[in-house]
Design a protein around this ligand. Structure first.
Ligand SMILES: Cc1cc2nc3c(=O)[nH]c(=O)nc-3n(C[C@H](O)[C@H](O)[C@H](O)COP(=O)(O)O)c2cc1C
Length: 188
């Protein structure tokens, strides 16, 4: 676990639980307390075509939403900032409503073929498109998509790579096509 991720997630309750089951709280990891996305993280994020986005409502319940788009829909703005376009969708506005009360979110980004995953913690600013910097609005816009309604700006607080042990390799249609597997010969 990275230092910045542990600083946020290893709360007193988590540390007390580590004490109970492990005999001692996990030591604070070495490393940078600041979450700076390196080349590896930026390349990984830029290649993703989906993400799971968790927010927390006023009742304390987490809510997980799936977000997707063409690879790179989650734009890397700089080494601490991501952004993506948001639309009304099902008109429920659960994520946006949750973020209005508690602007913190967790994301899991999966690379199933390579069995990699990246977890992100971020503070999210929700900008109506007509109030956002036009350059930012243009940056999150997707080819063929309607005009962006809102820009979700993610200020990265922490990230962490997970172990790949239990990730089953899966392939999207696009990834399968890129593998260029010869078709199975038909049998008489
Ligand atoms: C025109 C339009 C385009 C959309 N494009 C995407 C998209 O590219 N990716 C995505 O994950 N969701 C897309 N959605 C769905 C919504 O963004 C999303 O489901 C919605 O905000 C509900 O989430 P919430 O209730 O958690 O806020 C689109 C919705 C509409 C109406």
């Amino acid at each position: 676990m990275s230092r910045h991720f542990a600083d946020i997630t290893c709360t007193p309750g988590v540390r007390a639980t580590q004490q109970r089951y492990l005999g001692a709280p996990l030591p604070t990891p070495a490393g940078n307390p600041e979450a700076i996305l390196g080349d590896r993280e930026r390349a990984f994020i830029a290649a993703r075509d989906s993400a799971y986005l968790a927010t927390v409502g006023e009742g304390g319940w987490p809510h997980v939403q799936h977000r997707g788009g063409p690879p790179g829909f989650l734009r890397v703005i700089d080494e601490r900032t991501l952004a993506f376009a948001d639309y009304g969708g099902n008109r429920q506005f659960v994520s946006i409503g949750n973020l209005a009360g508690q602007p913190k979110a967790a994301l899991i980004l999966m690379d199933y073929p390579n069995r990699r995953r990246l977890k992100l913690l971020a503070e999210i600013t929700v900008l109506p498109a007509d109030e956002a910097d036009p350059t930012l609005v243009a940056a999150v816009g997707l080819p063929g998509a309607p005009p962006t309604e809102r820009v979700m700006v993610l200020h990265i607080a922490a990230f962490d790579w997970n172990c790949s042990q239990h990730i089953t390799p899966r392939y999207s249609a696009r990834e399968l096509a890129a593998l260029d597997i010869p078709s199975t010969p038909s049998h008489p």
